[in-house]
Structure formats: C-alpha cells, structure tokens
Ligand binder design. Structure first.
Ligand SMILES: Nc1nc2c(ncn2[C@@H]2O[C@H](COP(=O)(O)OP(=O)(O)O)[C@@H](O)[C@H]2O)c(=O)[nH]1
Ligand SMILES: [Mg+2]
Length: 316
C-alpha cells in the first residue's frame, strides 16, 4: 500500500507513534468537519445534507510525536440502493482495520436506534480502543451538557470520551491528545507534507459536487455524481478541467442546468474558485451534464464512477 523506504524515518523519536484512526458515525454528525479541522484544510467536502461523504478518504496529520491517518467514512444508515450499500460497507470495513476508532455522535439531539446499533457494531468489530466523540456541543446550553453526555456515555462502551465542537474547535487539542495516547508505536507511513491520499483530480470533482450540494435543493444532490474527464496543466498557472455531472433522471438534468443554463454556470463559477484555491493556479472549468438512468442502483455505472470497495478488511 505504501513504501516505507520512501518515507524518511530519520530524526524521529524512538517512541514515535502512528496508525489509522477510523472516524465513523451516522450521516451528518460532523465526521468530515472534524477531520478537516485537524488537517487545517478541506480534504473532505461538507454539507448540511446527509450522505455527503461517499467514499473512504484519508486525512494525514503529522506531528512531532506521531502520525495520525484519519479515515473519513460515509455515514452509517439503512441503505436504499446499491450506492448506499457500498457506502455502508465502506464505513463498516474501516472499523476492524483501524488502530483507534472515533465514534462520532451529534450530542445536540438524543441518541437514536442507529446510534445504538452502531455502538454495538463498534464494540463487536473494533480491534483496538474506541473514543466516543460527542460533537456539536456548541448547540447545547452549558447546563444541558452533563445530561446529554450521560445519555451517550450509557450507549457506548468506549475507552475514552470527549465533548467537542468541530466547527468551533472546542476540545480539539484534548481529543487529539487522547488519540495520540492510544496509537501504537510505529513509523511514519506518509511523508510529513502529505495531507491526503486523494488525487487533486478527484478532489476537484468533489469540490464540484460540493457546490451541487450547496446550490441545489431537496433530493437532487443525492442523485448527482461528478466525474473529472480531463485534468491538464496547460501551463504553470493554468489548469484545464473538464468534468461531467451525472444525474439519474432526465428531469434532474434540467434542474442542474437551470433556466438558460444559469444554475450550471453558478455551480461552475463557485467550484472554479474552490479548485483554484486548492491548486494554486487559475482554472479553466468545462462542465457537462449527462443522464445515466438509475446509476445509484446500477453496478456497472457505479464501477465506471469509481465505486470499488477498498480491499482488505476482516469483516464485510
Ligand atoms: N453547530 C455545529 N455544526 C456542525 C458541527 N460539526 C459539523 N457541523 C455541521 O453539520 C453538517 C454536517 O457536517 P459533515 O462534516 O458533513 O458531517 P458528516 O456527514 O458526519 O461528515 C454541516 O452543515 C456542518 O457544518 C459542530 O460542531 N457544530
Ligand atoms: Mg462526511
């Protein structure tokens, strides 16, 4: 998977630690926001809509004493189509493979059946310690924190717990210390300056999808996937990107394009700004919209769009 010889281990303290930290939870609890906060850069797109994260993504944080490889996962839910099944499998596979599991919950509401199920699954499947991360504490009044925390503590038998706010940064360092304490000793797996395992090409597609999530209403974003077809550095300060926005029905195509092409233009403009920030170059972005009927339930279409289950994993 990686080549340790390529990563210099020189000058590392003898008790250096490293490992994979799977971040799992229901959709929308703030898993991706939490990881972005640690990396200090957007490596996973975020939106108020559930099921924003569809694949396993790694965010790498290198500290003087440890290297943490955060594994962002899709939210665990009852799948309604093949894409959903892929997403849930991806999330569950990350649990036994991790050195530490972060079980993220939204503490601003009471625990539900899904949290309970997931707590049990983590207990059964985790190979190492788990930490209960009670996120969105900023939405609670200080006097509510105690009781809300109790309810979740009763739910999961985790080794540690922390009340945090991923958006406000509350208890960020505290949680980081807990994670490092539970990591096994080990070498650096990635170079110190690498922050993700995703290609810039893939991240550009995700930034386009993020704008679709932000700008379109209702269910439409769930039916959208973005595939980058061309990604070329024209010269040092201009990148040419051509991408296709896939939808599952004809009516959705009209919605994505909008009246007189207005919506697609807005999506393109907003995404271009984000991609320019990511790449540090000017970007020429060309967007197409195509219908691939029912792609969320179509195995071949999913493969074409790059949904291939990560290998390994001791459990399904
Ligand atoms: N108030 C509040 N909102 C949060 C917090 N963390 C995440 N959110 C919001 O919750 C929504 C879902 O976040 P996201 O990171 O995509 O959740 P994920 O599906 O678990 O990865 C977004 O609108 C975030 O801005 C938090 O600590 N406090
Ligand atoms: Mg996410």
């Amino acid at each position: 998977m990686w080549n340790l010889e390529l990563v210099s281990q020189e000058g590392l303290p003898e008790d250096y630690r490293s490992g994979f930290v799977a971040v799992v939870g229901k959709p929308n609890v703030g898993k991706s926001t939490l990881i972005n906060g640690y990396i200090g850069q957007k490596i996973a797109i975020v939106s108020p809509k559930p099921q924003t994260t569809r694949r396993r993504l790694r965010g790498i944080l290198t500290l003087p004493e440890a290297q943490i490889v955060f594994v962002d996962t899709p939210g665990v839910h009852e799948p309604r189509h093949k894409l959903g099944e892929y997403m849930v499998k991806t999330a569950l596979r990350a649990i036994p493979d991790a050195d530490v599991v972060l079980f993220v919950v939204d503490v601003s509401g009471p625990p539900g059946e899904e949290d309970r199920k997931l707590a049990r699954m983590i207990e059964e499947r985790a190979a190492g310690p788990s930490i209960l991360v009670m996120n969105k504490v900023d939405l609670l009044a200080p006097e509510e924190e105690g009781q809300a925390g109790e309810e979740y503590l009763g739910l999961a038998r985790c080794q540690e717990s922390a009340l945090v706010s991923a958006t406000e940064g509350h208890n960020r360092d505290h949680l980081l210390n807990l994670i490092v304490q539970h990591l096994p000793p080990g070498p650096q797996m990635y170079p110190s300056d690498q922050i993700t395992d995703q290609s810039l090409r893939f991240m550009a597609g995700e930034l386009i999808r993020e704008q679709v999530l932000h700008l379109l209403y209702h269910e439409v974003p769930h039916w959208v996937e973005v595939l980058v077809e061309e990604f070329k550095e024209r010269h040092e300060d201009l990148t040419y990107i051509e991408a296709t926005v896939y939808v599952a029905r004809d009516t959705q195509k009209g919605i994505v394009i909008g009246e007189g092409g207005k919506m697609l233009k807005r999506i393109g403009q907003a995404a271009r700004r984000e991609i320019e920030e990511l790449l540090g170059t000017k970007v020429y972005l060309e967007l197409w919209v195509k219908v691939r009927k029912g792609w969320l339930g179509d195995e071949a279409a999913l493969r074409h769009l790059g949904y291939v289950l990560p290998r390994g994993g001791k459990a399904e």
